[in-house]
Design a protein around this ligand. Sequence first.
Ligand code: G6P
Length: 488
Amino acid sequence: QSYEMTPHEQNTVLLASNRGPVTFTLAEDGELIVRRGGGGLVSGLSNVAAGADAPPGMLWICSALSDGDRRAVRLSPGGRVDRSGYETGPLRMLDIPPATFHRAYNAIANSTLWFVHHLLYNTPNSPRFDGLFRREWESYRAYNETFAAALAEEAAPGARVMVQDYHLTLVPGMLRATRPDLRVSHFSHTPWAPPDYFSLLPGDIGAEVLSGVLGADHAGFLAERWASAFMDCCESQLGAKVDRACRTVTHDGRTTRVGVHPLGVDGHELWVRASEPDVESHVAALRAQTGDRQVIVRIDRTELSKNIVRGLMAYREFLAGHPEWHGRVVHLAFAYPSRHDLPEYREYTAAVQRYAKEIEDEFGTDDWDPLVLNVDDDYARSLAAYRIADVLLVNPIRDGMNLVAKEGPILSPRAALVLSREAGAAAELGGDALLVNPYDVSGTADALHAALVMPEAERMARAVRLSAAATALPPRKWFADQLTALSG
Ligand code: G6P
């Protein structure tokens, strides 16, 4: 039987995230130019949940983030920018009032929830939950309500809804109240804080976050550790009943299943991209810069959790302790700007640059640059850096997964991986990486040395196994698993 479906009936799979698969910029003549969105979540999901490969019935709902996005929304009926001929895949952007958006995104999502889950609070006066925080929390709630209302309006009866990340923790609970027919999942792309740290949040706020996520039928995490921490928080803060063997949490008469889905990389896709001419020419340029020296690579956003300064300290300690390596090694550190609306991030970027300069001044000579710090974002050049790496340094204080640790071994078949034990990726890669405590600068310096002197045959054998682990759950399969988790 065939009949004309209304848009509402067509939307059987919905995905909600703050950042969408594309963003619009305004050209000088006022034309809108569409570009691919950035960030870990989006780059993992774009190829499977947007564009031509999206499953039938898919609608992605995201925030309008740029002036171009807001313009695109205004030009599009109901915010459905896909109907305006931009070939974005089915996409609706929500034009949230700027002040509400700013408080929800910068003050709550990025300065509060991100800080809690990454254990980043470390000054006597931070965090501080005061009247201003309460107003910001109201905005976070309003922002979540806007998403929940759009999803409730768009979703077909019984549709599956996949809510992404810490920006949208309240959405599952809100949808449960208005659309109990929907099957809803929430996925955290970050770590989850252990109860002692999570309880830094005022009790009612922590409970609101936990109950919000528990509005979902399925709560997904990148690693067992984060799933356990979430269950521990539900137990200690909400008094929920947790069954660890079956991975379920029962609260308020409902049961939420908890799942672990360690997102990986599509190795073939990555290789194809990394073999394109723009990457080849960056490989040649970087080789010209490094010569035949050993190359230590790191690639990060300049993000507080990435621990770039301690990584540089470790390199400095390694150089100080091993003069035999002077002139024989180069550290390529790519640290792209991130979240510069927040003063902490601007200060951190400055600290990274200051520290890098000190290393250059202390060790550099006329014919040897021990460190090359690059702060401009260039994906092709990052791929080229992986390809020439002998050692890859990934030392976050804490990280949900860390895809650099997974992409590196795929593209650098003879690189040793020095990896923080606090990255979610350590659960899968720990056996073949050199694991470090990210706070232990001397330990990290020793690991850099051990990686450099590791025989090439051993590095290569490890890289083969690392690469196999990194590709075990590519985005396509990860996405399919999320959907299956909602099918039961
Ligand atoms: C990283 C995190 C994701 C998060 C994203 C947000 O990729 O792993 O969990 O959603 O950052 O970044 P943004 O640039 O949108 O603030």
